[in-house]
Design a protein around this ligand. Sequence first.
Ligand SMILES: [Fe+2]
Length: 406
Amino acid sequence: MSKTATTKLDVETEASERFGKLNLVHSEEAPRTGDYDTHFYAGQDEVSEDGILRINSEYRAKSTVPDFLPTWDPREKLPPLEFHEYHDPGLRADPSFPNLFPEQLQDQYKTKRITPKLGTEVRGVQLSQLTDAGKDELALLVAQRGIVVFRDQDFSKAGPQGVVDYAKHFGKLHVHQTSGHPENVPELHITYRRPDHKEFERVFEQDISSIFWHTDVSYELQPPSYTFFNVLEGPNGGGDTLFADAFEAFDRLSPTMQEFISGLHVIHSAYEQAENSKGAGGVQRRLPTAHIHPLVRVHPVLKRKALFVNESFSRRIVELKKPESDALLRFLYDIVGRTHDLQLRANWEPNTVAIWDNRRVQHSAVVDWEEPVHRHAFRITPQGERPVEDLKYLNDKNYYGEEVPR
Ligand SMILES: [Fe+2]
């Protein structure tokens, strides 16, 4: 991403009866989005004779999991995402987890809390073997713990289509606007850092940190509920993922501040990420979008409030003047990013699958290794409910308005 580029974010919406006609025109420096590992890069990657964009042949030959390598087809065009009802599988789950952790197998599995309130590591449970009831319990466990790290999984052995079919249980799967996916498996979102110095220049040339806190594609009408993430190849140590608990972040605020921010709403934008992809010579599969979401959302399973703003995609609090919005967003970003006692650091062993709840946590990649190592992972993201400030609006199609026009 060029740090000198200025992005004009002209936002005006008549969509919201709640706010009346908004006039939020402003321009600002292009925000940091940290999506370097998902775009095609012209000159570094290749264009095949069939017009498909691919990682270059030298790096493809080095991959031990070529079926999962990203491709980008400039001809692939998708319509806008449409509202649909979402019923969280966690609501169907038996809270005693009889299918996920059967009593008769208790000597075979081991669970360990990563921190008291956030994160659990599980060994001895094979995700691929779960029944539908077990998958419902998995969703509930992930909601309750924010992130669950499963070790020694055979998950990726099902292949790209197999893992996608597995995850369909959890909701309608999201297809990303710009990222690469294995050919003919659009629901798989690939992150791939090339074993190349350019990969590091992109991150550090204009910046001193690789940390980009975010929740995945929060700009969508219905951002993901759960994210499944499997690192296929990576450095020997490093390349961890940071997580922060947005429930805890909200709970730390004073009652007065909690009440104030609970009535606010925020524009989340996909435009800058789209421009980054375009600037690198990449694709635009679906027209970029922006949506207004509540600043504090209520979790449909746990009924708890979470801060729902993130530095990568949140742009403006619609009820406030711009300097007020900037100051308050900065304050909230810093709570998430700098409050280490509501965070954890998940590390990756071979065959680790992590599943997290995007309504509950924010996360960031960590780039702390050196070439020539490639880091290759896949993500699957079921779309969740449209974020709501009150569960009475859950699955209400008319919950303030449509897309924010550019
Ligand atoms: Fe992410």
